[in-house]
Design a binder for this molecule. Structure first.
Ligand SMILES: [Zn+2]
Length: 312
Protein backbone atom coordinates (compact mmCIF):
# COMPACT_ATOMS: atom_id res chain seq x y z
CA UNK A 1 0.00 0.00 0.00
CA UNK A 2 2.80 2.33 1.02
CA UNK A 3 4.77 1.33 -2.03
CA UNK A 4 1.83 1.99 -4.29
CA UNK A 5 1.33 5.34 -2.69
CA UNK A 6 5.02 6.20 -3.13
CA UNK A 7 4.94 4.99 -6.68
CA UNK A 8 1.88 7.09 -7.37
CA UNK A 9 3.51 10.16 -5.83
CA UNK A 10 6.67 9.51 -7.85
CA UNK A 11 4.66 9.15 -11.05
CA UNK A 12 2.75 12.29 -10.25
CA UNK A 13 5.93 14.26 -9.60
CA UNK A 14 7.50 12.88 -12.79
CA UNK A 15 4.46 13.87 -14.82
CA UNK A 16 4.41 17.27 -13.17
CA UNK A 17 8.09 17.81 -14.00
CA UNK A 18 7.62 16.61 -17.57
CA UNK A 19 4.67 18.96 -18.02
CA UNK A 20 6.60 21.85 -16.48
CA UNK A 21 9.62 21.24 -18.69
CA UNK A 22 7.33 20.77 -21.70
CA UNK A 23 5.64 24.07 -20.91
CA UNK A 24 9.05 25.67 -20.52
CA UNK A 25 10.27 24.33 -23.83
CA UNK A 26 7.07 25.52 -25.53
CA UNK A 27 7.59 28.93 -23.96
CA UNK A 28 11.18 28.93 -25.16
CA UNK A 29 10.08 28.05 -28.67
CA UNK A 30 7.40 30.74 -28.65
CA UNK A 31 10.00 33.22 -27.46
CA UNK A 32 12.28 32.10 -30.28
CA UNK A 33 9.57 32.49 -32.88
CA UNK A 34 8.35 35.87 -31.77
CA UNK A 35 9.49 39.12 -33.35
CA UNK A 36 10.51 40.46 -29.97
CA UNK A 37 13.37 37.96 -29.86
CA UNK A 38 15.61 40.59 -31.42
CA UNK A 39 15.13 43.44 -33.85
CA UNK A 40 15.51 41.83 -37.28
CA UNK A 41 15.71 45.13 -39.13
CA UNK A 42 18.50 46.27 -36.80
CA UNK A 43 20.36 43.02 -37.54
CA UNK A 44 20.36 43.87 -41.25
CA UNK A 45 21.06 47.55 -40.70
CA UNK A 46 24.24 46.84 -38.71
CA UNK A 47 25.59 44.63 -41.51
CA UNK A 48 24.73 47.32 -44.05
CA UNK A 49 26.54 49.99 -42.03
CA UNK A 50 29.65 47.95 -41.15
CA UNK A 51 30.06 46.82 -44.78
CA UNK A 52 29.55 50.28 -46.26
CA UNK A 53 32.44 51.97 -48.09
CA UNK A 54 33.01 54.41 -45.23
CA UNK A 55 34.52 51.57 -43.15
CA UNK A 56 37.06 51.01 -45.96
CA UNK A 57 37.18 47.24 -45.59
CA UNK A 58 38.07 47.32 -41.85
CA UNK A 59 41.68 46.21 -42.26
CA UNK A 60 43.51 45.82 -38.92
CA UNK A 61 45.32 48.98 -37.86
CA UNK A 62 43.50 51.28 -40.31
CA UNK A 63 41.07 54.12 -39.77
CA UNK A 64 38.24 51.89 -41.05
CA UNK A 65 38.96 49.20 -38.43
CA UNK A 66 39.09 51.87 -35.73
CA UNK A 67 35.69 53.15 -36.87
CA UNK A 68 34.27 49.61 -36.72
CA UNK A 69 35.75 49.11 -33.24
CA UNK A 70 34.12 52.33 -32.05
CA UNK A 71 30.80 51.29 -33.63
CA UNK A 72 30.88 47.97 -31.71
CA UNK A 73 31.73 49.68 -28.40
CA UNK A 74 28.85 52.12 -28.95
CA UNK A 75 26.43 49.25 -29.57
CA UNK A 76 27.69 47.43 -26.46
CA UNK A 77 27.00 50.59 -24.42
CA UNK A 78 23.50 50.94 -25.90
CA UNK A 79 22.77 47.25 -25.18
CA UNK A 80 24.10 47.38 -21.58
CA UNK A 81 26.98 45.02 -22.34
CA UNK A 82 29.62 45.56 -19.63
CA UNK A 83 33.33 45.32 -20.43
CA UNK A 84 35.06 42.02 -19.59
CA UNK A 85 38.11 43.86 -18.25
CA UNK A 86 38.40 47.46 -17.11
CA UNK A 87 37.32 48.62 -20.57
CA UNK A 88 35.86 46.97 -23.66
CA UNK A 89 39.12 47.17 -25.62
CA UNK A 90 41.90 44.60 -25.41
CA UNK A 91 44.90 45.93 -27.37
CA UNK A 92 47.70 43.80 -28.80
CA UNK A 93 50.54 43.99 -31.32
CA UNK A 94 51.99 41.48 -33.73
CA UNK A 95 54.21 41.23 -36.78
CA UNK A 96 53.02 39.88 -40.10
CA UNK A 97 55.14 39.84 -43.29
CA UNK A 98 57.69 42.10 -41.57
CA UNK A 99 55.08 44.71 -40.69
CA UNK A 100 54.06 45.64 -37.14
CA UNK A 101 50.31 45.80 -36.56
CA UNK A 102 48.31 47.12 -33.62
CA UNK A 103 45.04 45.25 -33.13
CA UNK A 104 42.17 45.70 -30.69
CA UNK A 105 39.66 43.08 -29.56
CA UNK A 106 36.33 44.32 -28.19
CA UNK A 107 35.17 42.19 -25.25
CA UNK A 108 31.77 42.40 -23.61
CA UNK A 109 30.56 40.57 -20.52
CA UNK A 110 27.11 39.45 -19.39
CA UNK A 111 27.11 37.90 -15.92
CA UNK A 112 25.43 34.50 -15.61
CA UNK A 113 22.53 34.14 -13.19
CA UNK A 114 23.31 30.55 -12.05
CA UNK A 115 26.93 29.86 -13.06
CA UNK A 116 28.63 33.29 -13.00
CA UNK A 117 32.12 31.74 -12.99
CA UNK A 118 31.52 29.53 -16.03
CA UNK A 119 31.80 31.21 -19.41
CA UNK A 120 30.51 30.73 -22.92
CA UNK A 121 32.45 32.86 -25.42
CA UNK A 122 30.38 33.97 -28.41
CA UNK A 123 32.65 35.39 -31.09
CA UNK A 124 32.94 36.94 -34.54
CA UNK A 125 35.67 39.03 -36.21
CA UNK A 126 35.28 42.65 -37.25
CA UNK A 127 38.40 43.07 -39.36
CA UNK A 128 38.48 42.33 -43.08
CA UNK A 129 40.84 42.84 -46.02
CA UNK A 130 40.76 46.63 -46.45
CA UNK A 131 41.52 48.25 -49.80
CA UNK A 132 43.57 46.49 -52.48
CA UNK A 133 44.32 47.98 -55.92
CA UNK A 134 41.85 50.75 -55.22
CA UNK A 135 39.02 48.32 -54.51
CA UNK A 136 37.26 48.22 -51.14
CA UNK A 137 36.73 44.75 -49.71
CA UNK A 138 33.57 45.40 -47.68
CA UNK A 139 33.23 41.92 -46.14
CA UNK A 140 29.46 41.95 -45.60
CA UNK A 141 29.24 38.20 -45.08
CA UNK A 142 32.86 37.99 -43.85
CA UNK A 143 32.28 38.91 -41.13
CA UNK A 144 29.97 41.88 -40.62
CA UNK A 145 27.25 39.19 -40.50
CA UNK A 146 28.81 37.59 -37.39
CA UNK A 147 29.41 40.93 -35.63
CA UNK A 148 25.82 42.03 -36.14
CA UNK A 149 24.66 38.69 -34.69
CA UNK A 150 26.63 39.53 -31.51
CA UNK A 151 24.35 42.56 -31.11
CA UNK A 152 21.26 40.34 -31.54
CA UNK A 153 22.59 38.09 -28.78
CA UNK A 154 23.06 41.15 -26.54
CA UNK A 155 19.45 42.20 -27.24
CA UNK A 156 18.23 38.69 -26.44
CA UNK A 157 20.16 38.64 -23.13
CA UNK A 158 18.52 41.91 -22.02
CA UNK A 159 15.20 40.04 -21.82
CA UNK A 160 16.55 36.55 -21.12
CA UNK A 161 19.65 36.72 -18.90
CA UNK A 162 21.87 33.65 -19.43
CA UNK A 163 22.60 31.11 -16.69
CA UNK A 164 26.28 30.95 -17.64
CA UNK A 165 28.32 34.10 -17.99
CA UNK A 166 28.75 35.13 -21.59
CA UNK A 167 31.66 36.90 -23.25
CA UNK A 168 30.71 38.64 -26.48
CA UNK A 169 34.02 38.79 -28.34
CA UNK A 170 34.53 40.92 -31.45
CA UNK A 171 38.00 39.82 -32.52
CA UNK A 172 40.42 41.83 -34.62
CA UNK A 173 43.07 40.54 -37.07
CA UNK A 174 41.38 37.25 -37.95
CA UNK A 175 42.27 37.75 -41.60
CA UNK A 176 45.95 38.17 -40.68
CA UNK A 177 46.12 34.75 -38.99
CA UNK A 178 43.58 34.59 -36.14
CA UNK A 179 45.77 37.02 -34.18
CA UNK A 180 43.06 38.59 -32.00
CA UNK A 181 41.65 35.30 -30.76
CA UNK A 182 45.17 33.91 -30.22
CA UNK A 183 45.97 36.91 -28.04
CA UNK A 184 42.69 36.45 -26.19
CA UNK A 185 43.39 32.84 -25.20
CA UNK A 186 47.08 33.41 -24.47
CA UNK A 187 46.50 36.48 -22.31
CA UNK A 188 43.16 35.53 -20.90
CA UNK A 189 41.45 37.89 -18.48
CA UNK A 190 39.61 34.92 -16.96
CA UNK A 191 40.86 31.39 -16.25
CA UNK A 192 40.78 29.37 -19.47
CA UNK A 193 39.54 26.39 -17.44
CA UNK A 194 36.35 28.34 -16.78
CA UNK A 195 35.51 28.68 -20.48
CA UNK A 196 33.02 25.92 -21.24
CA UNK A 197 32.77 26.46 -24.97
CA UNK A 198 33.33 28.90 -27.83
CA UNK A 199 30.53 29.63 -30.29
CA UNK A 200 32.16 31.26 -33.33
CA UNK A 201 30.20 32.86 -36.18
CA UNK A 202 32.04 33.73 -39.38
CA UNK A 203 30.14 34.10 -42.70
CA UNK A 204 26.58 33.25 -41.71
CA UNK A 205 24.44 35.32 -44.10
CA UNK A 206 24.53 33.64 -47.51
CA UNK A 207 23.53 30.29 -48.90
CA UNK A 208 21.75 29.41 -52.14
CA UNK A 209 20.77 26.12 -50.56
CA UNK A 210 19.79 27.59 -47.15
CA UNK A 211 22.53 25.49 -45.56
CA UNK A 212 24.28 26.43 -42.33
CA UNK A 213 27.16 24.22 -41.29
CA UNK A 214 28.23 23.57 -37.74
CA UNK A 215 31.74 22.31 -37.11
CA UNK A 216 33.06 21.06 -33.77
CA UNK A 217 30.85 18.13 -32.79
CA UNK A 218 33.06 15.41 -34.26
CA UNK A 219 34.76 14.53 -30.97
CA UNK A 220 32.25 16.02 -28.58
CA UNK A 221 29.10 14.02 -27.87
CA UNK A 222 27.61 16.69 -25.57
CA UNK A 223 27.82 19.33 -28.27
CA UNK A 224 26.47 16.89 -30.84
CA UNK A 225 23.55 16.16 -28.54
CA UNK A 226 22.87 19.89 -28.11
CA UNK A 227 22.84 20.46 -31.87
CA UNK A 228 20.65 17.42 -32.51
CA UNK A 229 18.12 18.52 -29.89
CA UNK A 230 17.91 22.07 -31.24
CA UNK A 231 15.62 23.03 -34.07
CA UNK A 232 16.65 25.12 -37.05
CA UNK A 233 14.42 28.15 -37.66
CA UNK A 234 12.56 28.87 -40.89
CA UNK A 235 14.65 28.38 -44.00
CA UNK A 236 17.77 27.06 -42.30
CA UNK A 237 19.09 23.55 -42.82
CA UNK A 238 21.56 22.94 -40.00
CA UNK A 239 24.21 20.45 -41.09
CA UNK A 240 26.93 18.87 -38.94
CA UNK A 241 30.26 18.56 -40.71
CA UNK A 242 33.37 20.14 -42.23
CA UNK A 243 35.34 18.69 -39.33
CA UNK A 244 37.37 16.02 -41.04
CA UNK A 245 34.69 13.37 -40.76
CA UNK A 246 33.26 13.94 -44.24
CA UNK A 247 34.65 14.57 -47.71
CA UNK A 248 34.20 18.33 -47.29
CA UNK A 249 37.00 20.78 -46.52
CA UNK A 250 38.03 20.61 -42.85
CA UNK A 251 37.14 23.92 -41.16
CA UNK A 252 38.62 23.11 -37.73
CA UNK A 253 41.37 25.73 -38.23
CA UNK A 254 39.52 28.08 -40.58
CA UNK A 255 38.57 30.87 -38.16
CA UNK A 256 38.92 32.10 -34.57
CA UNK A 257 37.46 28.94 -33.00
CA UNK A 258 40.85 27.32 -33.81
CA UNK A 259 42.49 29.44 -31.10
CA UNK A 260 40.12 27.90 -28.54
CA UNK A 261 40.53 24.41 -29.98
CA UNK A 262 44.33 24.61 -29.60
CA UNK A 263 43.74 25.31 -25.87
CA UNK A 264 41.46 22.25 -25.61
CA UNK A 265 38.33 24.37 -25.27
CA UNK A 266 35.33 22.84 -27.08
CA UNK A 267 33.89 24.93 -29.91
CA UNK A 268 30.98 25.19 -32.28
CA UNK A 269 31.72 27.04 -35.50
CA UNK A 270 28.77 28.24 -37.58
CA UNK A 271 29.35 29.17 -41.21
CA UNK A 272 28.17 28.81 -44.78
CA UNK A 273 29.88 27.19 -47.77
CA UNK A 274 32.35 29.48 -49.56
CA UNK A 275 30.71 31.53 -52.31
CA UNK A 276 31.97 33.38 -55.42
CA UNK A 277 32.33 36.62 -53.48
CA UNK A 278 34.45 35.06 -50.71
CA UNK A 279 37.46 37.37 -50.16
CA UNK A 280 36.41 39.45 -53.17
CA UNK A 281 35.52 43.17 -53.30
CA UNK A 282 32.00 42.00 -54.22
CA UNK A 283 31.18 40.59 -50.76
CA UNK A 284 28.56 43.33 -50.34
CA UNK A 285 25.38 43.88 -48.36
CA UNK A 286 23.09 43.51 -51.40
CA UNK A 287 24.21 39.87 -51.76
CA UNK A 288 23.03 38.91 -48.25
CA UNK A 289 20.13 36.40 -48.19
CA UNK A 290 18.05 38.41 -45.75
CA UNK A 291 15.45 35.83 -44.68
CA UNK A 292 18.04 33.08 -44.45
CA UNK A 293 20.32 35.30 -42.37
CA UNK A 294 17.58 36.25 -39.88
CA UNK A 295 16.69 32.55 -39.52
CA UNK A 296 20.36 31.67 -39.02
CA UNK A 297 20.69 34.08 -36.10
CA UNK A 298 17.51 32.70 -34.51
CA UNK A 299 18.87 29.17 -35.00
CA UNK A 300 22.22 29.96 -33.35
CA UNK A 301 20.48 31.68 -30.42
CA UNK A 302 18.26 28.62 -29.97
CA UNK A 303 21.38 26.41 -29.88
CA UNK A 304 22.77 28.72 -27.21
CA UNK A 305 19.55 28.47 -25.16
CA UNK A 306 19.76 24.67 -25.08
CA UNK A 307 23.49 24.77 -24.32
CA UNK A 308 22.95 27.24 -21.46
CA UNK A 309 20.30 24.89 -20.07
CA UNK A 310 22.20 21.64 -20.63
CA UNK A 311 25.77 22.52 -19.56
CA UNK A 312 26.33 22.27 -15.83
ZN1 LIG B 1 36.03 35.55 -41.80
Amino acid sequence: MLMTHKLFTLCFITILFSLTSLAQSIQQKEALNSQSFFNEEALLQHVKTLSSDSFKGRRTGTEGANKAKQYIINQFHLLNVEPLGIKHEQSFSFTSSGKIYNGVNVLGHIKGTTFPNKYIVISAHYDHLGIKNGKIYNGADDDASGISALFSFAEYFKKHPPKHSVILAAFDAEELGLKGSKYFVENSIILLDNIEVNINMDMIARSDKNELFVTGTQNNQSLKHIILSSEASGKVKLILGHDGSDKKQNWTYSSDHASFYTKNIPFLYFGVEDHNDYHQPTDDFDKINKEFYKDVVKTIISVFVIMDEYLK
